[in-house]
Design a protein around this ligand. Structure first.
Ligand SMILES: Cc1ncc(COP(=O)(O)O)c(C=O)c1O
Length: 474
């Protein structure tokens, strides 16, 4: 009776594992009774034709897990095991609606704004930087990094954003994290837990719905604020009672407009009219400007330490790297450090040191320059193809910046029809509907789309534009 299964099944198991499993099952099924004596190791070994060692190992494992107990010089006995109240195992099965379909991207074309062009990424130099990071930082790689990210990497980022974006900060003010969303969540969590900082948040509408949805789910009071010609409407921000305002001044998401200097100054002035008012400047794709020089960040104009600057390497490198950062003004840094003292840093240290060498050795600058030229061409070709195909039925906000543009099409189709037809035609598109944060009536005669051009190959543009035409026009 004993060991009815042991030694038979489980081809890939060691003998002792088979013996252990056999005895465990018999105990759980009640075939072996509480306090029943198990055969001696020697006897069981000869019965099963295995070594005594195998039986010893099996008994040791059962002992460690509490299935059996031993009495010195007497042997091993079955423990009294608590019975499960719920015998049914069906609840362990994952419900069908939670099963993921492995997405088949075969034949799809994409106008996503969340991508970058992997075909131009210099993996060779990235790998060289990685090798340098491994050789030079063995100690750091064996430890958990500073909760804001390694100091050396923060120093490099602070130099980079000073040069490229005019951001004025010390490495101490930088918090690196694996995504801007995560960083904002962390910051808001921190502030929520300190009762003296009110977290009513104003956000551009249309705007980046991923931030909006995240903050709403955190039960924060988020107020979508309409845009006017120059960007977020300051009077409406004022009357919303917000203490924080999230903006994308370098390239408004999704409309693509660049905030003029006067609106920037008005926003900064808004912060000084009351205490504890802050601007979150989401500078997600500002490194890409075609025809003009880079436009300095809002943070660079700030005179009273009221701007929280967020940046990302998702656009300039690859979104899958998940390297983003925020720059905190000193008063918020103090609160942040206090509240997050126990936090373990979320990014991969090796990727961060790799980034450090990639920047330090000039590879980042080279790559950025190359990509600016590359994206400028792609953008131009795509706009031309769209205008050729749609003629007067398309209006493009032609702001030469970033990795997407905003286009409005004359069509009677609804947003959901466009989305359904895009799915059928295997074209990834993002409609304005996704980024409208309030329920407004759609315009019956026109619909707007956010057209990303980073990942689509130039040779495939004609085909993608044709698919879009079929989706929108027919
Ligand atoms: C408007 C906007 N803000 C911020 C981000 C930053 O994202 P990440 O979490 O990759 O840093 C993105 C990414 O596409 C974006 O579109």
């Amino acid at each position: 009776m004993l060991l009815k299964n042991a030694g038979k099944n489980g081809n890939h198991q060691y003998k002792y594992q088979q013996i252990y499993k056999g005895i465990k099952e018999q105990i759980l099924e009640g075939d072996l009774q509480t306090n029943e004596k198990l055969p001696s190791k020697r006897k069981l070994a000869s019965q099963l034709r295995v070594s005594v060692n195998s039986v010893t190992n099996a008994y040791e494992q059962l002992l460690a897990e509490g299935y059996i107990y031993s009495i010195e010089r007497k042997g091993y006995y079955v423990e009294q095991i608590t019975k499960f109240t719920d015998k049914d195992l069906t609840s362990r099965k994952l419900p069908d609606d939670l099963k993921e379909q492995t997405s088949d991207k075969e034949g799809w074309l994409s106008f996503s704004h969340m991508t970058s062009d992997i075909s131009k990424f210099p993996f060779d130099t990235w790998i060289k930087s990685k090798q340098k990071a491994i050789s030079n930082h063995k100690t750091e790689l064996s430890e958990i990094a500073n909760s804001q990210g390694p100091y050396l990497v923060r120093k490099t980022i602070s130099r980079l954003i000073k040069l490229n974006r005019g951001v004025i900060c010390e490495p101490e003010q930088i918090v690196i994290g694996s995504g801007t969303q995560l960083l904002i969540q962390q910051l808001m969590n921190t502030l929520q837990s300190t009762s003296d900082i009110d977290t009513v948040i104003a956000i551009e509408n249309p705007g980046y719905s991923r931030f909006y949805n995240l903050l709403k789910k955190m039960n924060l009071d988020v107020k979508p604020i309409q845009l006017n010609k120059d960007g977020i409407d300051i009077k409406k921000v004022e009357s919303s009672g917000a203490k924080f305002v999230i903006v994308t001044p370098s390239h408004q998401f999704p409309t693509g407009k660049i905030m003029p200097i006067s609106r920037r100054i008005e926003l900064l002035n808004w912060t000084s009219q009351s205490t504890n008012r802050y601007i979150i400047e989401d500078d997600y794709d500002s490194e890409f400007k075609y025809k003009t020089d880079n436009i300095p960040s809002l943070q660079s104009l700030d005179r009273s330490n009221r701007v929280i600057y967020t940046g990302t390497f998702s656009k300039t490198l690859l979104p899958s790297f998940r390297i983003s950062y925020m720059v905190l003004p000193s008063d918020l840094l103090k609160v942040y450090k206090k509240q997050n003292a126990d936090l373990i840093h979320s990014s991969n240290t090796l990727s961060l040191y790799t980034l450090h060498y990639f920047i330090e050795d000039g590879e980042y600058g080279k790559h950025l320059k190359k990509m600016n030229n590359h994206y400028e061409v792609k953008r131009k070709v795509l706009i031309e193809k769209l205008r050729n195909r749609f003629g007067t039925r398309i209006h493009i906000e032609d702001v030469p910046a970033g990795l997407h543009f905003f286009a409005t099409f004359q069509t009677k189709k609804s947003y959901s029809e466009i989305e359904e037809r895009a799915e059928m035609n295997k074209l990834e598109v993002y409609t304005l509907k996704r980024f409208l944060l309030t329920n407004e009536r759609d315009n019956e005669n026109e619909k707007s789309l956010v057209i990303g051009f980073a990942s689509i190959e130039v040779e495939k543009m004609e085909e993608a534009v044709e698919r879009l035409y079929q989706i929108i026009s027919n």
